[in-house]
Design a protein around this ligand. Structure first.
Ligand code: NAD
Length: 418
């Protein structure tokens, strides 16, 4: 199965193997657990504004169907490959199983720098991709959602294209839609709010006070910006943030409302006058209580793990920490890691609520959504912490073992096919 060869896929496989040894999963059961059930690669030709035609590579990977349809984001980024998408699909499976959602994992992506496209080009690319995968997705098959480089508008185009094929509106085919199209209240903020909530629970566990504590956030996108704002509401000071172009730092705390106004005008955090510029690599090693990687995979590595000066890592991104970095952090023992499949699960949990609301055409208040969200996250945090303490395991291994065990049991009960 080397069609998925990619450093991020290797990382997901290594994590699986470690937990499979721990759970004593027989060799005979491993192959059909650790590879995606199916993957589709599509070519998306798009008429550009200047009259030329460009062809973009698109992917959709579905890991398993033992518990229900598959679920996972759609990423627009120049580095997207089949292997990266497959790794992200595996992590979605373990995440959904850890939080008790009736889904297998999936992920999709297009290799494109979305920021270089006009709104019209982005719409045509999204509609073309949807047409190419139209028989591969659906409310009972596979339900996409936003990820890096995509947003509510992209989900609206996807839903519209799918619905046009079906001949009637099918809101449950995607989550993370605009609320006026059947989106859920609270979905846009859910991942970042969940990250901040779980960072707070990690601080409670260590006996750290939120008031006056400091946080650094890598990636000021959907997840990172909301996580930063929520941490401030919990009493922390955000002293550093970054986006793809670089970072900014102010040891006294960054005024996020003024940063939002700056961002709305300039579409970047860079140049914000009330903070100093800082290189992305240096941002990660700033002294702080909570570090939130909320950009891409493989940011905390063997090179910088020894130099981190935080007490908590709250992983907003998927796969931000490599297995080599995990080993270093485990040896150090002074950093509490809230692993990605737990920490950023708020997004898929509220996506699940959105899907349930769409299927029933019966919509909930934001209070109901948030209340149910925090109850699920609290339960998953407690179970992970219990396993970690009882078996003396790192939090990541504990979370993965809970997720992988549930998928293994479901697949064993059903048989080889799903
Ligand atoms: P986004 O596109 O809204 O934001 C990504 C941010 O990261 C942008 O600010 C970008 O400039 C920045 N960035 C990219 N490369 C960087 C680098 N090398 N250094 C610093 N910043 C960099 O994406 P998002 O939806 O916020 O997703 C961020 C991460 O969270 C991804 O790993 C994604 O898979 C994960 N995630 C997202 C959701 C969700 O609901 N959107 C849910 C769970 C997990």
């Amino acid at each position: 199965m080397n069609i998925y060869a990619h450093p991020t896929f290797d990382m997901a496989q290594r994590q699986f193997d470690l937990v499979a040894d721990l759970l004593a999963i027989p060799d005979n059961d491993r192959g059909w657990l650790k590879f995606p059930k199916r993957a589709l690669t599509v070519a998306c030709p798009v008429r550009m504004d200047d009259g030329s035609t460009r062809v973009f590579a698109g992917y959709r990977v579905q890991h398993h169907f033992a518990l229900g349809p598959t679920k996972g984001g759609l990423r627009y980024h120049p580095d997207v490959t089949l292997g990266e998408v497959a790794a992200l699909a595996l992590w979605m499976s373990w995440k959904c199983a850890l939080t008790g959602l009736p889904y297998g994992g999936a992920k999709g992506g297009i290799s494109v720098d979305a920021r270089s496209l006009s709104p019209g080009e982005l719409e045509r690319l999204t509609r073309r991709y949807t047409q190419e995968v139209v028989n591969f997705i659906g409310p009972q098959v596979d339900i996409p959602a936003p990820d890096v480089g995509t947003n509510e508008q992209v989900m609206a185009w996807l839903m519209d294209t799918y619905s046009t094929h079906a001949g009637h509106a099918v809101p449950a085919v995607v989550t993370g839609k605009p609320v006026h199209l059947g989106g859920s209240l609270g979905r846009r903020e859910a991942t970042g709010r969940g990250v901040a909530y779980l960072a707070g629970r990690a601080m409670d566990t260590l006996g750290l006070e939120a008031s006056g504590a400091t946080a650094v956030v890598q990636g000021y996108g959907n997840v990172g910006a909301v996580a930063a704002q929520s941490l401030v509401k919990q009493g922390l000071k955000v002293i550093g943030v970054s986006d793809v172009g670089g970072g900014i730092h102010n040891a006294a705390g960054i005024d996020l409302r003024r940063l939002e106004a700056w961002f709305a005008e300039h579409r970047t955090i860079l140049g914000f006058p009330e903070a100093e510029p800082i290189a992305n690599a240096d941002l990660l090693t700033l002294p702080c209580d909570v570090l939130v990687p909320a950009a891409l995979e493989r940011q905390i590595t063997a090179e910088n793990a020894g130099q981190l000066r935080c007490r908590v890592i709250a992983e907003g991104a998927n796969g931000p920490t490599t297995p080599e970095a995990d080993e270093i952090l485990n040896r150090r023992g002074d950093v509490f890691v809230v692993p990605d499949i737990l920490c950023n699960a708020g997004g898929v949990v509220v996506s699940y609520f959105e899907w349930v609301q769409d299927l029933q055409s019966f919509f909930w208040s934001e209070g109901e959504v948030m209340d149910k969200l925090f109850r699920i996250l609290e339960g998953a945090f407690q179970s992970t912490l219990n396993v970690s303490r009882k078996q003396n395991l790192p939090m990541r291994t504990a979370a993965l073992s809970l997720g992988i065990r549930r998928v293994w049991e479901a697949k064993k009960s059903r048989g080889l096919f799903p």
